[in-house]
Design a protein around this ligand. Structure first.
Ligand SMILES: [Zn+2]
Length: 246
């Protein structure tokens, strides 16, 4: 027998629909995320003026703090999220998730960290608070699928445009919060983390380097967005951007 839907169930579905609409219109990590502060060792997040922040203070968005498992401080009583966020981010691997393009990844599921140092155009160091089991708190991250001219290579020394490429990454990433997605291989033979690195505006920095002519697509090892990166390089060459201009 076919049962009539109860008015309660219909109401619930309407609410769910409206919630979905609201989430689409105002995606997580939108224009003005609330900033809270965490420390290098603690498991709680704080207001800016909390006395617990005397030794270290790292600004993060409220949402990122909650998603990474931080609890509100009991002393300074910082803001809490009005709606729950999905569980703590894990290892997001584009080879398993198969997003349509480099910038089609699900940001709500990416690991985030702070860029604390920069090595050259395609290598940075990232501090990951509260990392999942596969990762460490401080990681050297090699960007997947892109190669920039060398600045610190022991044999090759400084290559043409190496400084510019290095400065490009430094300017865009150093001190910033970034989001990490992974591919087939999690690490290279030097133990460096292999990742796609996303800025807060949700752009893929790996692709951005190639798009703006600060490096070329590195196709020696296969990766999920190889064709996309190849065509970005083609375009940069045609338009004589960056290192293709000289
Ligand atoms: Zn506090």
């Amino acid at each position: 027998m076919h049962k009539q839907k109860s008015p309660g169930a219909v109401f619930c579905r309407k609410i769910l629909f409206l919630l979905t609409l609201a989430l689409t219109a105002f995606p997580a990590g939108g224009e003005n995320p609330l900033t809270v502060y965490i420390t290098n060792s603690g498991r709680r997040y704080h207001r800016e003026d909390c006395s617990s922040l005397r030794r270290s203070r790292v600004p993060v968005s409220l949402e990122d703090a909650v998603r990474s498992g931080y609890e509100p401080c009991l002393v300074c009583n910082p803001p809490v999220l009005s709606s729950p966020v999905p569980g703590r981010a894990g290892i997001y691997r584009v080879n398993r998730e198969e997003p349509a393009g480099c910038e089609g990844v699900d940001f709500s599921r990416l690991i985030w960290g702070e860029v604390v140092d920069h090595v050259d155009g395609d290598t940075i160091r990232v501090r990951i608070p509260n990392p999942p089991a596969e990762l460490r708190t401080l990681e050297t991250v090699r960007l997947i699928g892109v190669d920039t001219p060398e600045t610190v290579h022991p044999r090759r020394g400084l290559e043409a445009f190496g400084k510019e490429a290095s400065d490009f990454t430094k300017t865009r990433l150093l001190g910033e919060t970034v989001y990490l997605a992974f591919d087939w291989e999690l690490r290279d033979r030097y133990g460096r983390l292999l990742a796609y690195v996303y800025t807060q505006d949700r752009r893929c920095h790996n692709a951005e380097i190639i798009r703006q002519g600060f490096g070329h697509a590195y196709t020696r090892y296969s990766f999920r967005f190889m064709e996309e990166f190849r065509s970005l390089e083609q375009e940069a060459r045609q338009k004589k951007r960056g290192l293709w201009g000289s």
